[in-house]
Design a protein around this ligand. Sequence first.
Ligand code: ZN
Length: 395
Amino acid sequence: MIQSRRECLKRVARILAGALIVPHRALAAPQDTPHRIFADLHLHAGLHAWSRESPIALALPPPLLALTESEFNRTGFDWHRCHDAGVDLICATHYNPFDELVSMPVDPDPNAAAHTHRMIDRLEREVHGRSSRYARITINRAEMKSVLSVRRPDPEYRIAVVHTIEGAHALGGDLRNVESFARRGVAMMSLTHFTYRGVATTGNGLPFFPDLNRTEPTHGLSPFGRELIDEMERTGMIVDVTHSSASSVEDVLAIARRPLIASHTAARTLADRPYSLHDDHIREITRRGGLIGVILFPYMLANYASIDLARERGSLDEVVRTIEHVTAVSGSHRRVAIGSDFLGWITGPKEMKRLSDIGRLRTALLDRFDGSEKIVADILANNAIRFLEENWGSP
Ligand SMILES: [Zn+2]
């Protein structure tokens, strides 16, 4: 392969940089396979910045806006701390609350796809700009693998960033938008979110409106939703069943041919809420090569009577317990991963104020899995990365 002079110089610089930091390398894991730290299947990296720029937010007095953000969101994230912590990959999800909740009664909103493209543009500007020292957008499997092949302490190490979408209301009711999102690197999309928007009924996940949690919908996918599964599979976009009602999950399982993901979910056996997956569904999704991402939101992982109680007591114990449960139900620790949902209006475990505190979950998992670095690295990173490598993009 002919390389440009610039590429050669870069390679030499990399080798020299590596030679200068040999003592650190000696402390690191064996270099035959990269030592993985963490891959997050679901993080709202751009939601707050986007919301702040919305006409509704601009109309709010700044102190009220700050209060709204701090009250609804008790989790922190920033690129440089995650880079310092050695995070491998972040699935940055794009969710436009205004299209889902405020644009009614125009449903679906024909402008929703354009809005979501603008959200993606915004995050790309941020990552390509002031955060370029810490992260890099990857729009297909090959780019993802390339970025992931360079890890700490190499100065070229960057967090691989993968676009995802939360809620198929982002399509604005037009299936042609699936391909346009797939082409610009959206790896997965959840069919629904807080409310039914003509695609799939939702297992309500809004703790702030508990009334919506009372009923279990008796129907799942709409005709549009059925067509959407085909189109996502054709374009290589992974179907995410998080937020789907049990009926929707049944419908998806009946027609899907490719492996599914639940990127940030919980187990109904441990947390009796419509948001959580039944054991039969966990078993079937994982039997078919799918992946279960556990949300880092204790309220959703246990039967707390109130969100205030979960804020006070919710801990990594609930996360570890759910990981154990999914491992037992699926028969393998290789079918479970993490989708933090940080910055998505949640409260994290009391031990984790910021995503970069992920080392605390690692310690808790090491304690549970008899000190096995291999099992813990699989759960925290390898399983998610392998799933994306195998299922993102056209077969
Ligand atoms: Zn969600």
